[in-house]
Design a protein around this ligand. Structure first.
Ligand SMILES: [Zn+2]
Ligand SMILES: [Zn+2]
Ligand SMILES: [Zn+2]
Ligand SMILES: [Zn+2]
Length: 672
């Protein structure tokens, strides 16, 4: 019977592939838009550059192949070339307008004579002036400047100690007027054209010039364009590596910008409406909690069950001791320590800003709902990856009539330990973020491209809090919900690691490929993006043969069973202890088989001392779902402590309901 239920579940999974397919399709349209690249090489073509130009000639194919491979599905690249020499040369510039035909690029390079130059300095500014005249169109634009000598003028080289004749030998035009206004102008134009800049120099004589260029690009503040100066060691291979490094760095910057023309992030709001309250912080100490002012509050726990996003919000009147001063301050909120009647440590979180929309019922409701949803995903993630279970701490809506002037705030269990932020909702990833990133990717996959839990932060690597959920077209999940924009942004910066692979997650077309350059200097790449046609054929072959669906389901079922406990690999990040779900404040070290056993036996994760009470207070009732003969098990002890209502459906039915809930985001459901 339980097998039937699993099959039912998997049927939904296959059904939802159609939804995932359409999510992948629409993402690939957005990817095509974002992944068009114009790459212009502006290079010194005088005698001293002979070996480097040779390298470029040989490697231009590899470079194009790499850019396409690293962008992945749906990308396109055009190349433009500007070869520059010096004032005294017969042919000072040779220009190839943007083209996507690499043969043209090769032909141009073959015809290009490496010659002339006269004095060491060259007309670099002139080369840039030609480049800004090209027909820049793509959404991502990169200008590579390759040179081994600075441009003319004292502004660009260290000539202070030199006597006049030595200086003249190095630079025939030390007072070249081009070093001033024209140089400023061409850099302003480059920024205006939104060109990323990758400087590659083969000589230390260019250091000052690149410093000046960097400063010129910084004028006018943060434009979000990358400026990179690299020093290849002169070998062809290193040259290609530098081009690739510059490309990757520019693209991850520019793709992010393209996808978000008017970025306003919940965690980056600098001047929200409503003035910021300033409260002093006080060190955290629980000893005198009985002296903290008592507050009569209404605590509402949300339970996400059934297709309705929240069913039976469970209200209880409680008495809390809340300290006058907060102990922590985030970007957005203050955290106050509080202790309830039973002595459980809790945290009250309020927004720092005055004004109705900040600490409104809707805003707090959205935060609590977001965390409730995140926990559904975390539970499923932990079931599939029990070697690294994750847990979102429980939180509640708190309504107080006389606490400061905050009527609504969020209340949650206190997590002891060192607080860490792994990812933001804008695509940022800190160090040690592979588990957090894999979890975000997993939530997207599980919800068939509908939702993504981001902004992963918490204590240790397992107990998390304050997530955000991206869900296109939904008004739930509050101000941090950036919809597709947020999900795209995550994928543009995410490359799948071992955990994603172990979970078999579908890749998004917005991810960049994992191309690598091999010893021989050729590009090897493996595009694992799921193309919609692949999904199509696998689905249609399933649908066409009679009985095939059942066979597929049985097969997936057995693979699911055998994958239930993936062998832990030493290199995988292991998660830390979880919080006892009875809210005693205790930590539980449970992972792998132990975690799954624990879950089966007690329906939750409890510490040693709570386990006994959970066991003693276990209740059994028939599942109230139609056609279900299973029983509901719950602990009265836990219900009392968490202030939640007894579940009405069994574990399997609840899992199914949660799945349906995640799969269907139905805006017609009302918040209450
Ligand atoms: Zn020269
Ligand atoms: Zn991934
Ligand atoms: Zn406990
Ligand atoms: Zn049931």
């Amino acid at each position: 019977e339980s097998k039937c239920r699993e099959i039912e579940r998997l049927k939904q999974l296959v059904g939802s592939n159609a939804k995932l397919k359409s999510a992948v399709e629409s993402a690939s349209l957005r990817a095509r838009e974002a992944k068009s690249v114009d790459a212009c090489f502006v290079f010194d073509c005088t005698s001293s550059m002979r070996t480097n130009v040779e390298a470029a000639k040989q490697k231009i194919n590899a470079i194009q192949e790499y850019i396409l491979a690293s962008l992945g599905h749906g990308s396109s690249v055009r190349f433009g070339l500007v070869a520059f020499r010096d004032y005294t040369d017969e042919q000072q510039f040779e220009i190839l307008p943007f083209t996507n035909n690499v043969q043209e690029v090769r032909g141009f390079l073959a015809r290009c004579q490496v010659q002339g130059g006269g004095d060491p300095c060259e007309d670099v500014i002139g080369g840039l002036e030609q480049a800004v005249l090209l027909d820049w169109q793509a959404s991502s634009r990169i200008l590579y400047l390759l040179c081994d000598s600075p441009s003319h003028g004292r502004r660009f080289h260290d000539s202070d100690g030199l006597d006049d004749s030595t200086l003249k030998e190095f630079d025939n035009y030390p007072n070249d007027p081009k070093q001033w206004a024209p140089a400023d102008l061409v850099h302003a134009q480059m920024v205006q054209l939104r060109l990323h800049f990758v400087g590659m120099t083969f000589s230390r004589h260019c250091e000052k010039m690149f410093r000046v260029f960097s400063n010129l690009r910084d004028i006018g503040g943060d434009h979000g364009l990358s400026t990179l100066v690299l020093k290849p060691d002169g070998s062809a291979k290193d040259f290609v590596q530098c081009v690739l490094e510059g490309t990757r760095s520019s693209l991850s910057n520019s793709l992010t910008l393209v996808s978000s023309p008017q970025w306003s992030l919940a965690d980056q709001v600098s001047e929200p409406h409503g003035a910021r309250r300033v409260l002093g912080l006080q060190e955290l100490c629980w000893e005198d909690w009985e002296c903290w002012p008592q507050q009569q509050v209404l605590v509402t726990a949300l339970t996400a069950v059934g297709r309705r996003r929240t069913a039976q919000p469970n209200c209880t009147a409680r008495v809390l001791h809340i300290r006058e001063l907060p102990f922590a301050k985030g970007n957005m909120r203050y955290a106050f320590p509080a202790v309830d009647e039973r002595g459980s440590k809790m945290v009250v979180k309020v927004y720092q800003f005055e004004g109705n929309r900040w600490n409104s019922r809707e805003a707090v409701w959205a935060d609590v709902l977001t965390q409730t949803y995140a926990q559904i995903f975390a539970a499923e993630f932990s079931r599939r990856m029990p070697t690294m279970p994750l847990q979102f701490v429980r939180n509640y809506i708190m309504e107080a009539s006389h606490w400061k002037d905050y009527r609504f705030s969020a209340l949650e269990d206190f997590i002891p330990g060192l607080y860490q932020k792994y990812t933001s909702n804008s695509g940022f990833s800190g160090s040690n973020s592979s588990l957090a990133e894999a979890f975000s990717h997993f939530t997207w996959h599980l919800s068939s491209g509908d939702m993504m839990v981001t902004d992963i932060q918490g204590v240790g690597s397992a107990v998390l809090t304050d997530p955000q959920i991206h869900c296109e077209g939904s008004t739930y999940f509050g101000k941090g919900n950036l919809g597709n924009r947020g999900m795209d942004n995550f994928f543009m910066r995410h490359s799948c690691g071992e955990i994603c692979t172990a979970l078999g997650l579908t890749r998004s077309p917005l991810q960049m490929g994992d191309a690598d350059i091999t010893e021989a200097g050729t590009v090897s790449h493996e595009l694992r993006t799921v193309h919609s046609s692949d999904l199509d054929s696998s689905l249609s072959s399933v649908m066409s043969a009679p009985g095939a669906l059942d066979r597929l389901l049985t097969r997936s079922l057995s693979s699911l069973r055998s994958d239930a406990t993936p062998r832990s690999s030493g290199s995988l990040l292991c998660s830390g202890p979880l919080l006892c779900e009875a809210r005693c404040g205790g930590a539980v070290e449970a992972s792998g088989d132990k975690y799954l056993k624990h879950l089966r036996k007690y329906g939750g994760i409890y510490c040693e001392s709570c386990k006994l009470q959970v066991k003693d207070s276990m209740c059994r009732a028939p599942c109230q779902r139609a056609d279900c003969k299973e029983h509901v098990f719950y602990s009265v002890f836990v219900l009392g402590i968490t202030g939640t209502a007894a579940p009405t459906s069994c574990r399997h039915c609840r899992a199914l309901e949660c799945w349906t809930l995640i799969e269907r985001v139905d805006e017609t459901d009302s918040v209450e």
